[in-house]
Design a binder for this molecule. Structure first.
Ligand code: F6P
Ligand code: MN
Length: 315
């Protein structure tokens, strides 16, 4: 049942939605575990010290940086879920293997607290999750079976896809995730653009691209947080996010495994596109666990235009 904005009126919680979409049992369990873990992360963000690693709290106890804390919360939760074979986190430098209780198990790559440098200025941040079947973490993004993020802003948003559309949930007063909108789509014109990286380091092609967007009357909407910037595109159904190849930094900044692949999965599922300027993000073969790539993601038309302008640039 929806209102005139297409927003669901009755509260459908996350577990029920996953069941109704016939998502595999262990995958449902995994997604719900992550959703539960996010409640503890929210609590740390809201009540914790700003968490510069190595500082002490009021009682002289050592404080953990929020991103380290978020990492521990997730790792523990995933380990005891019984359905996870291995994890890799942006906060750690190697794959951690568990012994799952089930043969039908998954592997998870995650960025526990993306944008954590925005915590002190109180801007929005998020957790980004990529899920693959079995024990495969180093494959192409195309191999993902699910992706999700949780956005900690003035409100909390959870967006997920198991390859069957993208669905938006909001956290209610009982800290439950309830359905806001099913089948989110990116179909509009650009309208807004979020350009990452230093402009004086843009290559000729990227500079021309951004000028074209500006001439078209696009509005600048860049928060400096990947999760809120992509959430804006998904919820508004239009826009382009770029963190391009830069002079002296041809691989850009954002990481394939923890940031780009899950977001590209969601954006493609919503009918948008995600490219490194030459090929779809989801088709890139990551060479290392911390591989980075340039990115142009959002409305299909704008991603195609970016490719026209930058594909042949030497990097
Ligand atoms: O993880 C990196 C991150 O904080 C993203 O959230 C964001 O999109 C990007 O870096 C911003 O980078 P910059 O400060 O260079 O614009
Ligand atoms: Mn990050």
């Amino acid at each position: 049942m929806t209102d005139e904005r297409g927003t669901t009126k009755f509260q459908v919680d996350l577990r029920r939605h996953l069941r109704e979409c016939n998502v595999e049992r262990n995958l449902t369990r995994l997604i719900c575990e992550i959703a539960d873990a996010s409640k503890y992360i929210i609590n740390s963000i809201r009540t914790g010290d700003l968490g510069v690693a190595g500082t002490s709290n009021l009682y002289g106890e050592k404080q953990l940086a929020l991103d380290v804390l978020a990492d521990r919360i997730l790792e523990k939760r995933l380990k005891y879920s019984g359905v996870v074979a291995s994890v890799i986190s942006e906060e750690q430098d190697e794959i951690i293997s568990f012994e799952p209780e089930h043969s039908e198990c998954y592997s998870v790559a995650y960025d526990p607290l993306d944008g954590s440098s925005l915590v002190d200025v109180n801007l929005a941040i998020g957790t980004i999750i990529s899920i693959c079947k079995g024990d495969a973490l180093l494959g192409k993004g195309r191999d993902q079976v699910a992706a999700m993020y949780i956005l900690y802003g003035p409100r909390t948003t959870l967006m997920y896809s198991t390859g069957n559309g993208v669905h938006e949930f909001g956290m209610n007063q009982l800290m439950e995730y309830t359905l806001v909108k099913e089948n989110i789509t990116i179909d509009g014109d650009t309208g807004i653009y979020s350009p990452g990286g230093q402009r004086n380091l843009y290559t000729e092609g990227v500079e021309r691209y951004v000028r074209l967007l500006e001439e078209q009357g696009c509005k600048l909407r860049y928060s400096g947080g990947f999760v809120p910037d992509i959430n804006q595109i998904l919820v508004k159904g239009k826009g382009i996010f770029l963190y391009p190849h830069l002079k002296g930094k041809p691989e850009g900044k954002l990481r394939l495994l923890y940031e780009l692949n899950p977001m590209a999965f969601l954006v493609e599922q919503a009918g948008g596109a995600a490219s490194d300027g030459r090929m779809p993000i989801l088709d890139i073969e990551p060479e290392t666990i911390d591989a980075c790539a340039p990115v142009f993601m959002g409305s299909k038309k704008e991603v195609a235009l970016a490719q026209e302008l930058v594909a042949n640039e030497t990097r």
